[in-house]
Design a protein around this ligand. Structure first.
Ligand SMILES: Nc1c(NC[C@H](O)[C@H](O)[C@H](O)CO)[nH]c(=O)[nH]c1=O
Ligand SMILES: CC(=O)[C@@H](O)COP(=O)(O)O
Length: 160
């Protein structure tokens, strides 16, 4: 369903467990930093809302979204971390470079999730322009970071 038809910040809390005591990894790309910081705030606030302690949210940054897979692996290999949320913003340029990044990240974090048997969430905003990215980082379509955190909590409940 297109983001224009579903607000990314709206989710069913009935599916979500209390995550008090759980350690969650947050890996954030620095490319488009103002937008990725907005995604990270949405994710952080959602985790706190559902019981996470700030000391149990382990945040790392990587240069760009292509590095999210390795950043996720560094966190996922820590046995105390029970889920990892990956956040980045890839805005289409003149070439197909954005396609290669997005496909690599999708494949890479999937491999990390399966290798370490824990949820690794694909919180990548992939847009045609900066306006569309802001629309999904707290704008008219909600916040992809909120959606990613809610997904992580939902998956922790499923895999418990
Ligand atoms: N153009 C964007 C990038 N490009 C950088 C890559 O992610 C990567 O860091 C580089 O290719 C070196 O490996 N990254 C984003 O996150 N967003 C972009 O729009
Ligand atoms: C999506 C990107 O990596 C971007 O910076 C590349 O831009 P371009 O395709 O114009 O080189």
């Amino acid at each position: 369903m297109a983001s224009s038809l579903k607000n990314l910040s709206e989710y069913n809390s009935d599916n979500l467990i209390d995550i008090t005591g759980k350690k969650i990894g947050l890996v954030v790309a620095e490319w488009n930093k103002a937008i990725t910081d907005a995604l990270a705030k949405g994710a952080y606030d959602t985790l706190i809302k559902h019981g996470a302690k700030s000391d149990n949210i382990i945040r790392n940054t990587v240069p760009g979204s292509f590095e999210l897979s390795f950043g996720a692996q560094l966190l996922a290999q820590n046995p105390e971390i029970e889920a990892v949320i990956c956040l980045g913003v890839v805005i289409k340029g003149e070439t197909k470079h954005d396609d290669y990044i997005c496909h690599a990240v999708a494949q890479g974090i999937t491999q990390v999730s399966l290798k370490y048997n824990k949820p690794v969430i694909f919180g990548l905003v992939t847009t045609n322009n900066e306006e569309q990215a802001w629309d999904r980082a707290g704008g008219k379509h909600g916040n992809k970071g909120v959606e990613a955190a809610a997904t992580a909590i939902h998956m922790l409940g499923i895999s418990a």
